[in-house]
Design a binder for this molecule. Sequence first.
Ligand SMILES: [Zn+2]
Length: 67
Amino acid sequence: MSSKRRIRRKSCTGKRRFITWEAAIAAIRSLVRARGPQGPLNAYRCQFCNGFHFGHAPGAGRLFPRF
Ligand SMILES: [Zn+2]
């Protein structure tokens, strides 16, 4: 392996930050209410700012059953 840096820069700039995971989930819910289903969204903890963000979950379609 080469000495490639695995540390990413703070990629959370420009994203909404939430203090709690629940707040991020609430934001997802309000977004879905306002604009309809956005596909699988997931809230996750950010290692850079120690806050929470939400975005599209990797492996889309596995978290929710299909109809
Ligand atoms: Zn962040």
